[in-house]
Write a protein that binds this ligand. Structure first.
Ligand code: ADP
Ligand code: MG
Length: 314
């Protein structure tokens, strides 16, 4: 549905995008993830034909963005970063204007505008000027503008920035509905947002793509299979000598002592060794009571940071 091939963008001598390539299939929901200044908005602006790449190729729904811009753009709904422009229009005027830009005409235009206003929960405010709306409503108006005409591809640039937690939840719920009917790209610098919504993540930093993978695979890449946490009751302090009694156990560290006299330890095995079974067996034999035993969690957050850090070293 979307093909970005060897795209480079220079602002003067500054390389904002450096040989970016990826493909997005129909129905995929893809997160474009990276810190501020990474090149997310630049990428989106190029895919939507809002700015031109310096080099490379962008194809949307079969149309080359530079050769067939009108046709390509008609397939795309774009919600740019920040609040919508045209704040002196009413909600309905704005959405109608966006429909006209997509060449939706006549009776169909009226129907489509009404439909999207309803879908985005804007019926009560449709006659209000955009400038008088709350930030959360403005965001919905912007999303309505992107959605009108039912484009195949939706491009949402940091859709939840500047919203309060309740509004964030509402917008995420709206996005989750959209993903059934559209191919979606969402940019964000917030990882949890992407992992909740997307089935593929593109990590970008300093204009370069560092990884393209599923959220799950990214997590697995940094999973600490060899680290477990165990909370024990150990009045005779036998944990002190446990290290030499379990094969492949490399390191034992007391993390905290709880008020109920239980202690939490971090146990590190050799690389890729899952210690859970041997620790469970051995501690039981030693008369150490296990209250809790768990593998270290790895979050997508860690994966993200790791990928970015490794990318920076190259
Ligand atoms: P992101 O959306 O990931 O925060 P952007 O795509 O907006 O990042 O910007 C990527 C880089 O390109 C940044 O360093 C930014 O300062 C630079 N940049 C963006 N737009 C322009 C422009 N019009 N002129 C010069 N530099 C720009
Ligand atoms: Mg941006």
């Amino acid at each position: 549905m979307i093909k970005v091939k060897n795209v480079t963008k220079k602002y003067g001598n500054f390389m904002a995008l450096d040989d970016v390539s990826f493909e997005i299939k129909e129905g995929e929901v893809v997160g474009l993830l990276g810190p501020n200044g990474a090149g997310k908005s630049t990428t989106m602006n190029i895919i939507t034909g809002y700015i031109e790449q310096t080099e490379g190729e962008v194809v949307v729904a079969g149309y080359d963005m530079l050769k067939k811009p009108k046709k390509a753009k008609r397939e795309i709904g774009y919600m740019p970063e920040g609040v919508p422009l045209y704040t002196d229009l009413t909600v309905k005027e704005f959405v109608t204007y966006m429909a006209e830009l997509k060449k939706v005409k006549g009776k169909e235009k009226k129907e489509k505008v009404e439909k999207v206003i309803k879908e985005m929960g804007l019926e009560d405010v449709q006659k209000k000027l955009i400038r008088n709306l709350s930030r959360g409503y403005k965001q919905r108006v912007s999303m309505a503008g992107a959605l009108v005409g039912n484009p195949k591809v939706l491009i949402l640039d940091e859709p939840t920035v500047g919203l309060d937690p309740k509004q964030v939840t509402e917008i995420r719920a709206l996005i989750k509905q959209l993903k059934k009917k559209h191919t979606v790209i969402i940019s964000s610098h917030i990882l949890s947002e992407i992992s909740q919504i997307c089935n593929k993540v593109i990590i970008i930093n300093k204009g370069k793509i560092l990884a393209i993978d599923t959220p799950k695979n990214l997590e697995n890449k940094v999973a600490h299979n060899n680290i477990i946490y165990v909370t024990v009751e150990d009045p005779e302090n036998k944990m002190a000598g446990i290290k030499d009694k379990i094969k492949d156990l490399k390191n034992v560290k007391l993390i905290k002592e709880n008020e109920d006299k239980t202690k939490e330890f971090m146990l590190e095995g050799k690389k890729d060794v899952d210690l859970r079974k041997s620790v469970f067996d051995k501690l039981s034999k030693e008369g150490i009571t296990i209250f809790e035993l768990k593998k270290a969690d790895t979050s997508l957050e860690e994966a993200f940071i790791k990928v970015i850090e490794e990318g920076g070293k190259k």
